[in-house]
Design a binder for this molecule. Structure first.
Ligand SMILES: C[S@@+](CC[C@H](N)C(=O)[O-])C[C@H]1O[C@@H](n2cnc3c(N)ncnc32)[C@H](O)[C@@H]1O
Length: 206
């Protein structure tokens, strides 16, 4: 158990929405394909497991990282001096994203299923606007449940990319992108019975 993560979970379980930081396997799955983008925006970085994979995969990308908990944000700044780390809620700090290149990828660890609607609604609206700005853009998100992270905003669709078994609990990696980017909207694969069984035996979180 990661002590920093556990302390944060004790103070605010709903905004953490996980029982442990992501495994290295899940972090690597979240970082797959980021080389094709000029900028990476990570939201809900926690203790930086996914941040580390993103930097290893694409060290020259412009990297902006959001983390709600100021203490964790301060630690991320020390850990990843090459990143621009923003402490506070993502939807309240969008001005930082004014000059993003068209080819930007968003990588989120936000626990949408446990966050309050007061946070989910403006956050989803912000993602919709950021993704509509260019059809090559993409949001990468994981869930512990066999259903989409949130209802896809108009003009966007979810694709389930893979299930990562070596994580506590097993997790699904999803991509949200424009319906016009060439992928068929029917490409979302149903989660297998095995996945559903394993997932439902764990605490429901993001
Ligand atoms: C499930 S943890 C994921 C941490 C890390 N990405 C990982 O995979 O181990 C969710 C993180 O999102 C952060 N968070 C929750 N709501 C947020 C918001 N509105 N803006 C930025 N970060 C947020 C929490 O503080 C927490 O560190």
């Amino acid at each position: 158990m990661n002590l920093r993560f556990f302390k944060h979970w004790l103070t605010d379980p709903a905004t953490v929405g996980a029982v442990a930081p992501s495994s290295r396997y899940l972090a690597n799955a979240m970082a797959e394909g980021v080389e094709a983008f000029e900028a990476i925006v990570e939201i809900g970085a926690g203790t930086g497991v996914v941040t580390d994979s993103l930097i290893r995969r694409h060290p020259s990308a412009k990297l902006i990282v959001f983390e709600l908990a100021n203490q964790l944000a301060a630690e991320l700044r020390g850990q990843f001096p090459q990143a621009h780390v923003v402490g506070g809620a993502f939807h309240e700090n969008l001005s930082v994203l004014r000059d993003l290149p068209a080819k930007t990828i968003f990588v989120s660890g936000l626990p949408f299923r446990s966050l309050s609607p007061r946070i989910v609604e403006p956050t989803v609206a912000a993602f919709a606007e950021l993704l509509h700005a260019d059809k090559a853009r993409r949001l990468v998100q994981f869930t512990y449940q066999p259903r989409v992270p949130f209802t896809a905003p108009k003009g966007l669709c979810w694709h389930r990319i893979k299930t990562v078994w070596l994580n506590t609990p097993p997790a699904n990696v999803w991509h949200l992108s424009s319906k016009a980017n060439g992928r068929r909207s029917g490409a979302v694969r149903p989660v297998s019975t095995r996945a559903a069984r394993a997932i439902s035996s764990h605490t429901p979180t993001p």
